[in-house]
Each structure stands twice: as C-alpha cells, then as structure tokens.
Ligand binder design. Structure first.
Ligand code: GDP
Ligand code: MG
Length: 184
C-alpha cells in the first residue's frame, strides 16, 4: 500500500457524470476548480466555465485513492498531461446518448493510453436510464473491433455502489496484465 495514495482520473465530456461520480464516493467534500474559458474556445461565451474536480477516498484495506475529474474536450487537452501524470487508472465516462461516434471515444482512449501508459482503463456509460434502445454490448463490441480490451459498464454516477463497482473493476485490471490496445 502506498500511503501517499494512488491517482485515478475521470475523463469525459460535460454532463457525462464525472463530478457526480466523484462526489458519490468521496470521503471529503470535492474541490471543483472553475476556469473561465477564453473567447476563442467558448465562441464568444466567456461565461462558460469548465471544472477540474478533485477528491479522495480510502478503500477497504486502507488504500488511498486520489480522484481527479477532467474534461474530455480536445480544446481543454492542456490539462490532460498534468492530471495523467502517475495515474494508475483512467475512467472514461460517456453518456449513453453520446456513444456515437465510437471513433471519437476510441481516439480519446488512445490519447490517454499514451499519456498514462501504466494505467488501467474502464469505460462507464451513464444516463442509460434516459436512453431507450441503448445497447451496451454493441458499444463494447464496437470498441473491441477497434482493438480496445477493457471493461465497459453502465454506471449511474449518482449511485455510490455503482461507482464503487466501476472502480473495483478498474483496480482488478491492474494486476491482470492486459493491455488496453490489442495491437499495442
Ligand atoms: N438520469 C441520470 N442522471 C445522471 C446519471 N449520471 C449522472 N447523472 C446526472 O447528470 C448530470 C451531470 O453530471 P455531472 O457530474 O455534472 O457531469 P460532469 O460534467 O461530467 O461533471 C447531473 O445532474 C447528474 O446527477 C445517470 O446515470 N442517469
Ligand atoms: Mg463536472
């Protein structure tokens, strides 16, 4: 056990459920840093803010996890290297209604695999309850066809037990010796 703790990173677009998931399992009140976006990226809407989340949780057995949430939008990718530094796990959050185009998610996963080569990965699909017709297996197959070997689970970010399960799935991959990309 590392008494300084290990780092997990939640990444996903706005509304995917990152802040909610972090809050659901946190031992402490999460810190959320709002950053005003430049006019160039916000298309003139300077009031739009983006948030970086941070909190921590102590697992059964005393392992401390530092939890970070970072936006998945490309124009905010300057934050990715710093949050990925030393990360043992990446949790890609995606809303069920946003799983298409799959190539967009595949490209995000590829980028994070490059930034955090030691990390294990899971995909958590939120808002399945609001997305009739969503088929998890089809989405998982589409990722597998692109060479991604990783757990893909539905998660309601508001439910602590579901978020906890997602993290356990992630941590169980840590020792499985599997690589994210089949071709890697
Ligand atoms: N119905 C439903 N709402 C969810 C689910 N997961 C998250 N939410 C809600 O989605 C909204 C956006 O979540 P938030 O954590 O702010 O997303 P973030 O932008 O990724 O941090 C919040 O109101 C959550 O309560 C889900 O599985 N189902
Ligand atoms: Mg948020």
């Amino acid at each position: 056990m590392d008494r300084f703790g290990n780092k997990l990173v939640f990444v996903g677009n706005m509304g995917a459920g990152k802040s909610t998931a972090i809050r659901a399992i946190s031992d402490t009140e999460p810190v959320s840093t709002d950053m005003p976006m430049s006019e160039a990226v916000a298309g003139g809407k300077t009031t739009t803010t983006v948030a970086l989340d941070y909190s921590s949780v102590e697992l059964e057995g005393g392992e401390l996890l530092h939890l970070y949430g970072v936006p998945g939008q490309r124009y905010l990718d300057f934050m990715w290297p710093m949050v990925c530094e030393g990360a043992i796990g990446i949790i890609a959050m995606v809303k069920a209604g946003d799983v298409e185009p799959v190539d967009e998610i595949a490209s995000l996963l590829r980028e994070f695999a490059r930034l955090a080569p030691e990390a294990s990965f899971v995909v958590g699909v939120s808002h399945a309850d609001l997305t009739p017709g969503f088929e998890l297996v089809r989405f998982r197959d589409a990722l597998a066809q692109r060479g991604f070997n990783l757990p893909v689970l539905k998660v309601d970010a508001r439910e602590p037990l579901q978020v906890d399960f997602l993290i356990k799935a992630l941590l169980s991959c840590r020792h499985a010796g599997s690589q994210l990309l089949a071709e890697a």
